[in-house]
Design a protein around this ligand. Structure first.
Ligand code: CUA
Length: 189
């Protein structure tokens, strides 16, 4: 076979392989798009529809995430908002107290690097990123103690970074609120 013939043959081999790759890539794309459509329709999973930003440098000095505003707040409609700041290597508050059978909105942000939070025994699982507010809603069906570890590697103290979530019944929560006199509740008072 001449040198020219070999070149043409290898050219057609390359073309065949490229076509196979193109087909494989297209198939993967189709599968991924199908997964997005399926999860969207079947489980009502949505990409985040809004992005809330916050200045991580001024968390301590002003705005929603100043220290005295962290913890559980009772809203006028009876629901509870819990504000949390994550930092290397702890959550504030360290122990979160919420009532059972009441809609709870968590709002969390980070003062430094990316952290994560998951509440054991529930489907709550979120990343906490500096500069952004992670918001999610839930209702705890019954009183229970949950652990809330950080699940994003955030440095040498990562494995020691966790908090408690104490779910107590509604009456106990209301009594705690009446007696503590604090603007925001946590297990500490
Ligand atoms: Cu914070 Cu890992």
């Amino acid at each position: 076979m001449s040198a020219r013939g070999t070149g043409a043959a290898s050219g057609s081999v390359i073309e065949r392989i490229e076509r196979k790759w193109a087909i494989a890539m297209s198939a993967i794309l189709v599968v991924l798009v199908a997964i997005v459509i399926f999860t969207g329709l079947h489980w009502a999973m949505m990409p985040p529809s809004r992005v809330e930003t916050v200045q991580p440098e001024t968390l301590n000095s002003s705005g929603e995430f100043v220290e005295e505003n962290l913890g559980s707040a009772i809203e006028p409609d009876g629901s509870v908002t819990v504000r949390i700041v994550a930092q290397q290597y702890s959550f504030t508050p360290q122990c979160i107290v919420v009532p059972a059978n009441v809609p709870i909105t968590f709002r969390a942000t980070s003062a430094d690097v990316i952290h994560g939070m998951l509440i054991t025994g529930t489907n709550i699982n979120s990343m906490i990123e500096p500069g952004y507010v992670s918001t999610f809603r839930t209702t705890f069906a019954q009183p229970a103690d949950h652990l809330m570890p950080c699940h994003e590697f955030c440095g040498t103290g990562h494995q020691g970074m966790w908090a408690h979530v104490k779910v107590i019944d509604r009456q106990a929560f209301d009594a705690l609120e009446r007696h503590s006199g604090a603007r925001r509740l946590s297990c500490a008072g």
